[in-house]
Design a binder for this molecule. Sequence first.
Ligand code: NAD
Length: 368
Amino acid sequence: MQDVFRLDDPQGPYKVIYIHRPTVGLKAVVAIDNIACGPAIGGARMAADVTAEEAIRLARAMTLKNAAAGLAHGGGKSVIVGNPRMPLPEKERLIRAFACAIENLEEYIVGPDMGTDELCMGWIKDEIGRAAGLPREIGGIPLDEIGATGLGLVAAIEAAKDYAGIDLKGARIAVQGFGAVGKHAARFLAERGAVLVAASDSRGTLADPQGLDVAALIALKADGQPLTEHPRGRKLEPNAIIDIECDIWIPAARPDVIRADNVGRLRTRLVAEGANIPITDEAERALHDRGVLVLPDFIANAGGVICAAVEYQGGTESTARQVIVEKITANTRAVLDGARKSGMPPRQAAVALAQRRIEAAAATRRWR
Ligand code: NAD
């Protein structure tokens, strides 16, 4: 029993459910961390090596993210054991069985995560009538297609530019990871007059101090080619993106890419975290001490979850865009004002903001 309760604290988890259906080969865990702000919303992750602890930790991250985003949702996460690339009929059977198992768990709304997608959410909605991140044909707002997270990231940068003393017109940006988040962030920033001086993907870095053609790079990636296939610019190894001098550096690829051993290489004034936990705590503190403004992931990359929440409430794509910009602008300002007043790094100010909202919501609840 000790193992089950090891991760408890006064905030959660509220419920952890272990699901085992041997006849369909289903093994899953749902962690609902906290529902003070409303029903928990959070993705279902499918991988062969997922654990209950992962679900519990990710559910906590969602509680903070949803509260910091100002959503009327708590945090949850589920993990399903399995190879996400299993044959589709097998995956459908498994996901539908998972949906049936959580039917009565009304305080949890599932969204897509690693290994699950819009189609999976469609199956879950079909079984139990609730899921977020649905296909467009059944009322979904395709968040990666519209660039929801990139849009939010750029709203955070716009809100932070005065705190960092940056003018977006002519600002040099470098983007690590040119996928759903990175390419849209680059596109929206270029629309505001910023210059993309470097971008990277898993194969390499492409750099040009005169500026890269964002639309051409997006077309290249859509064609399945690496950025380094672009005829212009210097071709470098993937991690060379860290050394590019710029005004705004955007990690939008993998976790822990900036650590104590390489943080000294970053030469920038503002970091906007598109990826989740791209910078270790130690490195983030070193950047703060050097006067580099870091916009924490759960504030700056909340566009996707805000979009999912708007979709769940029956909102349209244009409402989603508007709500993303409004909420992320206001939250970024609140965090940066809090950080400025207290001298705390922005992440600490952001956690304090989220905690205040969770406590205020909990004060209205019978089960705190
Ligand atoms: P994606 O798969 O669409 O794109 C990832 C990109 O990163 C690809 O271009 C890939 O080539 C590149 N990449 C992989 N390894 C790399 C490396 N070592 N160096 C440079 N580039 C590398 O993924 P995404 O949806 O854009 O997500 C990116 C990150 O943002 C992830 O950490 C994800 O958890 C986070 N995130 C995504 C969303 C969303 O709405 N998609 C929301 C919040 C956070």
